[in-house]
Structures are given as C-alpha cells and as structure tokens.
Design a protein around this ligand. Structure first.
Ligand SMILES: NC(=O)c1ccc[n+]([C@@H]2O[C@H](COP(=O)([O-])OP(=O)(O)OC[C@H]3O[C@@H](n4cnc5c(N)ncnc54)[C@H](OP(=O)(O)O)[C@@H]3O)[C@@H](O)[C@H]2O)c1
Length: 327
C-alpha cells in the first residue's frame, strides 16, 4: 500500500501535458489513468507521462475505482458537463479555469459537489503562485500604504487562430475574456475584492468573437484598469499603486517569480521561485485538502470561483459578449 493520491486526467490537450509534467514532480501523486475522446491520443499521452491506463472515452474514467481525483482539462464549454459527471461518480475534481462559462453553470457544479460531499476546486493556478501570495502579505501589511489603483492586462497575438478552435469559436466560449481576461479580473478581485461598479467595452472580429476588452473596476476608494485581448503581444507586467508606494509584478505577471516594491524611497525586489511550470502549487493544495478531508480550498473557495465568474458575467453583459448556447 502507498499513500499516493491517484489522479485521472480528462481532455488531453496542451494544458494537460503541462499539468502532467508538474504532477510527476509531486511525490505523493500518481497518474493512474487518462481519458480522451481519442483512444490514440490517450495511449500516446499515457506513454509520455507514465499513466497506467488510457481510456478512449470519458465515462470509463469516471467509473475507474482506483482514481480518486480527476483533473478536467477540456474546452471551457465542457467543464460543466465533465465536472458534473465526475462529481456525480463521487470523484474529487480539479477543473480548469473558467470553472464554467457563466455563474449559472458554476452554481450547479458547486451545488453538486456540496450535495455529494466531494472535493471541488477551480484550477486557478495564479492563486497559488508563491510570489503573488507573498505580495498579498506585503500589501496587507500596508507596505505601499492604502491600495488605490491596479493596472493589469493580458494580451497575446492570436487573431490568426483556427476560427473553429477554442480560442476564437464563440460556441466553445471563445474570445479573450474567459481564456486570459480571467487573470487580470482575478488579480483585481484578489487584492481589492468585489467592485461596486464595472465599466467594460469590447471589440469583436468579423465572426463576432470578442478580441479586445477594456474594463474598469470601481471601488469605494480604488480603481482597477484591466484589459484582455487577442490582437497583440504585451510586456505582461502588472502594477499596484498605494498611497505611499507601488509594486511591480514582473513578467509574466500571472505566473511570476518576483516583484519589486518602491516605497519610502527604497526599492526592494523579492524572488519566490515556483516549482515546475507552476502547477505544482495547485496540486499541493488539492493534496492538502484531500488529506485534511476538506471539500473545498480555503485559499480558492467555491465562493471565490462564483465571485470570479459573476464578475466575468457582468463584464460580458456590459460589453455585449455573448455565447450562442446562452441565447
Ligand atoms: N491554467 C493554465 O495555465 C491554462 C493554460 C491553457 C489552458 N487552460 C485551460 O485549459 C482548458 C483547455 O485548454 P487547452 O489549451 O489545453 O485546449 P486544447 O489543447 O485546444 O484542447 C484540450 C482538449 O479539449 C478537447 N477539445 C479540443 N477541441 C475541442 C472541441 N472543438 N470540442 C470539444 N472538445 C474539444 C480535447 O479533448 P480530448 O483529448 O478528450 O479529445 C482536447 O485535447 C481551457 O479551458 C483553458 O482555459 C489553462
């Protein structure tokens, strides 16, 4: 007998490969089974990452008695169905961001997890990033005074993606907002909480997919300027401004390893290396919760996931970003 936690991975695309690489760095984790809509892809993935079993369908993974926790890594629009099926089968679930495409989906997923008394968490990996966690402590200690302003953007040049693929296809929740805009929205939420008002404006491509969105979060005593887009690359630095100083989160800010504080005439840079590609930290949180018999993370709770998707819903409403399955 081992004390290992037995993982399954569902949806074997780009992020699943990165995640499996980091799972291999966690000594208490075992990759037991993987599942894809393609048996061929499952076999190749299992061989690359050392999984014992490769399924060419998803239901076999839900029924695999050895698997304790399933990492859901399909496209946004499948997160709800895949997570619900896994949770209904009694599996713990770590589901990629965004947890669902809207708050209605996320509420249903959380209700199912809570009703079945099984662990459920959104794989919002930046929440577990060591440097961002350290910066949060500095800001709470008022090292830059009262936090008054955040500037955070996430943009890449992806306009030439396959129009039917998950990045640009609205039927798959495509557009910048749910894929990468979620990170600046997360950062504002992480440091400032829920805003009292949101202003948002978007540009769309010829096929009606949102490709640029500017957002203002208005708080009683602060504002956040957020941006996400698929039209151009960006330096990927984020900034926090307080009444007595500022913090710069170094590129690539949502997976950073360092930040610089400029306060009281002094500049200090703190470095907090991440383990592996950075997914190790969310995996360790899942293991901690499972070992402690906690059904949700206290660091990224069900309420946090619901708040985050509610913010994204409101931005979409303000900016006129719609998905066909919602009309
Ligand atoms: N945390 C992070 O750093 C990070 C980074 C990238 C992406 N993500 C998230 O991870 C999820 C997957 O992203 P990815 O870049 O890995 O995607 P991807 O490589 O395009 O596809 C992932 C998997 O989704 C399924 N799939 C692909 N196209 C589909 C379609 N048209 N209809 C139904 N299923 C389809 C396939 O599963 P099968 O193998 O079963 O066929 C595919 O292997 C997204 O929700 C994204 O937000 C997170």
């Amino acid at each position: 007998m081992t004390n290992k936690i037995h993982w399954g991975i569902l949806g074997l695309g780009k992020i699943a490969h990165k995640f499996a690489r980091d799972l291999a760095l966690v000594s208490s984790a075992e990759l037991t089974a993987v599942a894809s809509s393609s048996k061929e892809r499952a076999l190749a993935f299992a061989q690359t990452h050392g999984a014992t079993v490769a399924y060419g369908d998803y239901s076999s993974l839900y029924q695999d008695e050895k698997v304790e926790v399933i990492y859901i890594a399909g496209v946004h629009t499948d997160h709800h169905a895949h997570s619900c099926a896994a949770l209904a089968a009694g599996k713990a679930v770590l589901c990629e961001k965004p947890l669902g495409i809207n708050a209605r989906e996320v509420k249903e997923m959380i209700a199912l997890a809570q009703g079945n008394n099984v662990f459920f968490m959104e794989a919002l990996w930046s929440r577990f990033n060591p440097a961002l966690r350290a910066l949060k402590i500095e800001v709470e200690d008022e090292k830059i005074g009262d936090l008054r302003h955040i500037q955070a953007s996430f943009s890449m040049a992806r306009l030439d993606e396959d129009p039917d693929g998950r990045i640009l296809n609205t039927a798959l929740g495509g557009g910048s907002l749910l894929d990468i805009g979620i990170y600046p929205v997360f950062l504002a939420y992480f440091f400032l909480g829920m805003p009292e008002e949101i202003i948002a404006k978007a540009h769309f491509n010829a096929q009606g997919t949102e490709i640029q969105t500017s957002i203002i979060f208005h708080y009683p005593q602060a504002q956040a300027q957020l941006y996400s887009g698929l039209a151009h690359p960006l330096k990927m630095e984020a900034k926090l401004f307080g009444t007595t100083g500022e913090a710069t989160i170094h590129p690539i800010w949502h997976e950073t390893e360092s930040f610089t504080l400029n306060a009281a005439g002094q500049e200090t840079t703190a470095t907090h290396p991440k383990q592996g590609l950075g997914y190790v930290h969310e995996i360790q949180e899942v293991h901690f919760c499972l070992k402690e018999n906690q059904k949700e993370s206290s660091l990224w709770s069900h309420r946090d996931s619901l708040n985050l998707i509610s913010l994204l819903d409101e931005i979409r409403e303000k900016a006129g970003i719609r998905f066909p399955q919602e009309s």
